[in-house]
Ligand binder design. Sequence first.
Ligand code: SAM
Length: 291
Amino acid sequence: MVEEVLVGLDCRSGRMYVDGTVGEGGHAAAILNRTAPDGKLWGLDRDPAVLKIAAGRLAPYTSRFRLFHRSYAQLGEILAETGEPAAAGILLDLGLSLQQLQRSGRGFSFQGDEPLDMRFNPEEPGQTAADLLNRATPAALEKIFHEYGEEPHARRYARLVVASRRQHPFRFTHQLVALVQEAQGPGRRRGERHPATRVFQALRIAVNRELEELALFLGEAPGWLLPGGRLAVISYHSLEDRLVKQRMQAWERAGVMRRLTRKPLAPSPGEVEQNPRARSAKLRVAEKIGK
Ligand SMILES: C[S@@+](CC[C@H](N)C(=O)[O-])C[C@H]1O[C@@H](n2cnc3c(N)ncnc32)[C@H](O)[C@@H]1O
């Protein structure tokens, strides 16, 4: 949804935009193109490995961009440190990038066999997915699988994890995939998602405290925008989307921000065909009131 984002953010030259989840820099490059010759972009990401990729991709834009190894929830600190009053537009494209899924070696995917880490920022001391599986109570695991994964077998999986970890503490993705497959049995219908999809998503959200970071960001975001500035958020999960939707409604009631999308925008069928991971994407945009 690149074009929808560029329009939603009202990208123009001479202004400063923030990509709070810069990833490999796809949206960032598009924003820098659209805001030529002198628009600026600040890109933030929690993952130092993807920031290196973004730095290479954005290098042709020389002095027009800066990258920060920080959470988007810390944007206020960056504004203060750099003396910028606020941004003309902020983008969040939540979730994880293709390179994290396929090449990070941190266990985001159930396709290969990798250490169960799942931290966006492996330099942070926080717990890994393996720590969580090996230490959490059955009730806590059930809550994670149920709430963050919308997994119908949450209780069963939580019990199986606890039974299994006594013999073999979780270390690698194949252990979790095998547990889910054994519990499910054979017979997945064609086109049906892999049974481990929801469990992996749930663990990633829990390990990275993704909903907490988003809530912190939404608590401050209007203050980080110039009057007339735009916020665009792409979410991939109903809990994220609900947080964004409810906060945008509250801002509108309080006269702080105006919603520009009453209903979220979805990717076109052509985009979903090219990139099946985009199928659950929802884009919401709001504008800060004031001149
Ligand atoms: C879907 S990707 C973004 C892709 C990017 N829009 C592009 O065009 O390449 C999501 C990115 O958000 C990052 N991320 C997740 N939570 C974050 C947070 N709290 N602060 C900053 N980055 C975060 C992930 O590390 C990942 O690189």
